[in-house]
Design a protein around this ligand. Structure first.
Ligand code: UD1
Ligand code: UDP
Length: 371
């Protein structure tokens, strides 16, 4: 017995990396008879190819609430989400709040809920890059210190939380939900025709994504990356769906012309999940600074060069196919990977497509215990 009425669970979805994490959990909770999941879209990402297309791919319903916050400085985004989300909680208080990942609304909704006494669950808890220059690291620290339940993807995350003094009973290792997302849409990804559309043969091309402020907001760093990509494209054709932040900076710094003139680099708008994963799945090499892509390439056993000095996902380096590289070393490292000199990975424990089921079970157990 839980309650005569169903427990209401708010799932916060704000930006691209949230939608594919919320989707498996939403579907798993929707199949339960004790709860009612509601999606709250904060509106951080709003272009169709950064938001709606993911709702369509993952067969998610319209959000129960849309906060319409949009872009802004860190403080604007955080403050505006807090103000808007507090109004919803005061009108219709949820039994649980689930926040995912490390974007600004993850921390904002956690702070709002904590002060209202609403229990918080953090999905993808415990990841640490150790780099407070990353806005996401601040969001991870704030969210984890406030969360009542911490769902972790890997043992390194458990260790980080233990080191920070988070009590053991709050932590459940559920595994990596990004693999659930992939498994959920695997048939559609396998049937996708994007490769044929662009005339690519399997394993004959590389996929590129960049959007970290530390890479794209600094002209010199971005210029180095573009230069390196142009050289890599002399060895292998590249496909580069450009994040809106990156497109803006490329235009602002006058680097777009150089990139657009490279004959072997295909520039695209961001692509939605199914075609993106179809491209990644058959790629020979990935060049990225994305968090999620480091995990997807480890799962799919594809060499991944991550242009960052650190990662909050170290298991992708120790057990997977990921390698951290400096911007100026991209060509050398790509050459090595293309010649077969790269580390074959194994799927980390509990990266098995069952994380959402374990999460739903854990939340039911905790809800019963709280009665
Ligand atoms: C955000 C997250 C980052 C995540 C990334 C995933 C934070 C601090 N950052 O970074 O952790 O890795 O999303 O993609 O939460 N823009 C558009 N259309 C959109 C959305 C954004 O044009 O639909 C443009 C706006 O000019 C905006 C800029 O992109 O100012 C940056 O967007 P923002 O959401 O602030 O940060 P991201 O770089 O996307
Ligand atoms: N992704 C996508 N289309 C793209 C780029 C990325 O569907 O053009 C997906 C991919 O599954 C990735 C996820 O979006 O793992 C989140 O990516 P992003 O790099 O935006 O965020 P991060 O994981 O770095 O926070």
């Amino acid at each position: 017995m839980i309650k005569p009425e169903l427990l209401t669970i708010h799932l916060i979805a704000a930006a691209r990396p949230n939608f594919m994490k919320v989707a498996p959990l939403f579907h798993a909770l929707s199949a339960e008879d004790w709860c009612r999941p509601l999606i709250i879209h904060t509106g951080q990402h709003y272009d169709a190819n950064m938001s709606d297309d993911f709702f369509r791919d993952f067969n998610l319903p319209e959000p129960a609430y849309h906060l319409g916050i949009g872009s802004g400085s860190h403080a604007e985004q955080t403050g505006n989400v807090m103000i808007a989300y507090e109004k919803i909680c005061l009108k219709s208080r949820p039994d649980w709040l689930v926040v995912v990942g490390d974007v600004n609304p993850t921390a904002a909704c956690s702070m709002t809920a904590a002060k209202l006494g609403i229990p918080i669950v953090h999905l993808e808890a415990g990841l640490r890059s150790g780099d407070r220059g990353m806005p996401e690291e601040i969001n991870r620290l704030v969210t984890d210190v406030l969360a009542d339940v911490l769902w972790t993807p890997s043992p390194d995350a458990d260790k980080n939380l233990a080191r920070e003094g988070i009590s053991q009973e709050k932590i459940t290792r559920i595994g990596n939900i990004m693999m659930d997302s992939f498994e959920l849409l695997k048939p559609q990804i396998e049937a996708d025709k994007t490769l044929e559309k662009y005339g690519y043969k399997k394993h004959s091309y590389g996929v590129v994504t960049f959007h970290r402020p530390s890479n794209v907001d600094h002209m010199k760093v971005l210029a180095t990356i573009i230069d390196q990509l142009c050289h890599v494209s002399e060895m292998i054709q590249l496909i580069f769906p450009i994040h809106p932040r990156t497109r803006q900076r490329l235009n602002e710094f006058g680097l777009m012309e150089r990139l657009a003139a490279a004959p072997n680099i295909r520039l695209l708008e961001p692509v939605s999940y199914i075609p993106f994963m179809a491209l990644v799945k058959s790629a020979k090499l990935i060049l990225t600074d994305s968090g999620g892509v480091q995990e997807e390439t480890t799962y799919l056993d594809i060499p991944c060069l991550t242009v960052r000095p650190n990662t909050e996902r170290p298991i992708t380096v120790t057990e997977g196919t990921n390698k951290l590289v400096k911007p100026e070393a991209v060509v050398t490292e790509a050459q090595k990977a293309l010649s077969g000199d790269w580390q074959r990975g194994k799927k980390p424990d509990l990266w098995d497509g069952q994380a959402a089921k374990r999460a739903a079970r854990d939340l039911k157990r905790r809800s019963l215990a709280a009665q």
